[in-house]
Design a binder for this molecule. Structure first.
Ligand code: MLT
Length: 350
């Protein structure tokens, strides 16, 4: 009896201190967040985010990055569904890892195993996920607009992980975060995006976020990748057909993969020809400003949009982008699923 009592007191003390420790860890990102909330329930497009939202995401992501491999219970009891109708390595793994870091249960659904591939409507899939009380649905699809549709019909927070040729907001955010991490501030810096601006959803998010951070933007691409109406839609973007001219005076160079799965290859004679005229090699990169950095959202087609030798240079930030992707996606998941204002999303279940 006495032994049992001592054991209970000891056990109580240990579990009490463990709880305190968990709370202490959870409080570290909370201190940075300062009870701020996003102005949106879903993250579908950069356009939906206010400047305060962007800065909140960056503040919290910076803290998560600093805290490294720490685990939290900020989303304990919540469920993150990663619904990927298209292939992915970095994006899916980092959203899943982010959910696990936050203490949520994570479920992966990929295209081959979905009921959509058996003929179910997207609306029915949405209702199914809703019935399972998902807290977050991270969705990637080849069709532009599906995340918007889902966001309207589910109670869960929807995060767009890439929809067709439209947007990939978490990539735009992590790219901007990586630039700011390097330069401190990117106001007045010149960012050059080279390659398939026509089919790339990464470009769709970059072109929206960079002006918000007061960076100036250039693109260098074959004429066939500059759609009719591009200049009117994005008057703030300088368009070049000669990559060497475009590189002069540039601080950040981002190369984009030719999106062959979306018909990108049809705008070019061959990939070799593209590599010869637009591929970034060391000689070309040296035309950029001293101290310039090179970025790429991945996956890279080595020796096509970027020369192999550039991949391992200290000025190349591709792996920093991957690391920052985890921090930014952890911030996004926490912010959308754990609102301090306790506002509840309204949605149309019909
Ligand atoms: C995407 O899914 O858009 C990727 O992150 C970039 C690419 O596929 O080239």
């Amino acid at each position: 009896m006495v032994i049992q009592r001592i054991f209970m007191v000891l056990f109580g003390a240990i579990s009490y201190s463990t709880d305190q420790m968990v709370e202490h860890i959870n409080n570290l990102p909370r201190e940075v967040r300062k009870n701020r909330d996003l102005s949106v329930f879903d993250v579908v497009s950069i356009d939906d985010l206010s400047n305060d939202d962007i800065h909140l995401i960056f503040d919290v992501a910076k803290k998560f990055k600093e805290l490294g491999n720490e685990k939290f219970s900020l989303l304990k009891g919540m469920t993150v569904f990663c619904v990927f109708f298209e292939g992915s390595t970095r994006t899916r793994a980092s959203f899943e890892l982010a959910g696990k870091k936050l203490g949520a249960d994570t479920i992966n659904i990929t295209s081959n195993g979905t009921s959509i591939s058996k003929g179910e409507t997207l609306h029915d899939t949405a209702q199914t996920l809703n019935a399972m009380r998902a807290n977050i649905i991270v969705v990637r699809t080849e069709y532009s607009g599906i995340p918007q549709f889902l966001a309207k019909h589910v109670g869960a927070a929807v995060i767009n992980a890439g929809d067709g040729m439209h947007e990939h907001p978490s990539q735009g955010l992590l790219d901007a975060f990586t630039m700011i991490e390097h330069y401190g501030d990117i106001a007045g810096k010149t960012v050059l995006v080279v390659g398939d601006i026509s089919h790339s959803r990464v470009f769709g998010s970059l072109v929206r976020i960079l002006p918000r951070l007061r960076a100036s933007m250039r693109v260098a691409a074959p004429k066939t990748f500059v759609r009719n109406g591009f200049r009117e839609a994005f008057p703030h973007v300088q368009v070049f057909q000669n990559v060497e001219e475009a590189l002069l005076g540039t601080d950040i160079v981002i190369a984009l993969r030719v999106q062959e799965e979306r018909g990108g290859g049809k705008g070019l004679p061959t990939l070799r020809e593209f590599s010869k005229t637009f591929g970034i090699n060391e000689r070309r990169f040296a035309l950029a400003n001293v101290g310039a950095i090179f970025m790429h959202p991945g996956p890279v087609m080595r020796d096509i949009e970027v020369h192999n030798a550039l991949m391992t240079k200290g000025t190349t930030k591709i792996l920093n982008q991957v690391e920052n992707g985890l921090a930014v996606r952890t911030a996004l998941e926490w912010l959308v699923a754990d609102r301090t204002d306790k506002k509840v999303k309204l949605y149309d279940s019909i």
